[in-house]
Design a protein around this ligand. Structure first.
Ligand SMILES: Nc1ncnc2c1ncn2[C@@H]1O[C@H](COP(=O)(O)OP(=O)(O)OP(=O)(O)O)[C@@H](O)[C@H]1O
Length: 248
């Protein structure tokens, strides 16, 4: 469904993205992982076509994605940037329905799915950071996009909402297409994602099933930690330890 061919994005001291080649099939939830500054947002912004300096080729369903008009891309794309502070202090239901413009009953159903029904009449300035994050994700998914790109969709959410949102992203992938999400919580990524893309210094170090990627070697090289993993029922957890002693 999505093909990335030699993506490159220049940076200040080093390229933000280099030599990114990848083919992704539909109906998958793909987690993009890596340490701070690894290039996760750069990759997602590049695919969302909001990085004008990006070099290389992207094909979505065999179409030259970067050459489509903004309007043509909007038919396929839902994008939740890393930090989006809404420009207008509008009501939550207006914010969610800003781009898709669905019917009242469709909107209510969607607000319920994202636990926003009781907040729908509040203004953006009258909700918490996590509630606003849920509203922005609800906005990105309202048109049921075939390509959904979310930059840290669960950062700042409480644990119950993290689990709900990860399950919804998984369901979205199965029903509508491809979902790419940058995720810092590796246990959540391992539990819900079909595949992981591990970024380091602007390069794609490895892609594959979660525990093919979350190896001792990769965790040490890309995150500077060693890890002990444990699985119970359908949950996955880990205890990371820094490789270098923390200085006082
Ligand atoms: N506009 C920019 N111009 C030049 N370099 C940038 C720009 N934005 C980010 N960078 C640099 O590009 C590299 C990758 O940044 P990016 O935001 O993609 O990382 P990330 O993996 O998403 O990190 P984080 O987990 O901290 O959000 C970093 O070294 C960063 O300092």
């Amino acid at each position: 469904m999505l093909e990335l061919d030699d993506l490159y994005l220049a940076g200040i001291s080093r390229p933000r993205l280099q030599h990114i080649n990848l083919k992704l099939t539909s109906n998958q939830l793909i987690g993009v992982i890596g340490a701070n500054g690894a290039g996760k947002s750069s990759l997602l912004r590049g695919i969302a076509a909001v990085e004008p300096q990006l070099k290389g080729h992207i094909r979505l369903k065999h179409q030259d994605w970067l050459r489509l008009s903004h309007r043509q891309r909007q038919k396929y794309l839902g994008y939740l940037p890393q930090t989006e502070a809404p420009e207008w202090d509008i009501r939550i239901d207006e914010l969610v329905n800003l781009s898709a413009q669905v019917t009242h009953s469709q909107l209510m159903k969607h607000l319920e799915k994202y636990a926003l029904l009781t907040l729908k009449e509040r203004r953006v300035s009258q909700v918490s950071g996590g509630e606003r994050q849920r509203a922005l994700l609800a906005r990105a998914t309202l048109s049921e996009p075939q390509l959904l790109i979310c930059d840290e969709p669960v950062s700042g959410l409480d644990v119950a909402h993290q689990l709900t949102i990860m399950q919804q992203l998984h369901n979205h992938a199965r029903t509508h297409g491809l979902v790419l999400a940058a995720i810092h919580d590796l246990a959540l990524a391992a539990r819900f994602c079909d595949s992981l893309l591990l970024m380091h210094n602007g390069e794609l170090v490895q892609s594959g099933e979660p525990f093919e990627v979350l190896t001792e070697k990769n965790l040490a090289h890309c995150f500077g930690v060693q890890a002990e993993w444990f699985c119970k029922d359908n949950g996955v957890g880990w205890i990371p330890t820094p490789l270098q002693a923390v200085k006082d």
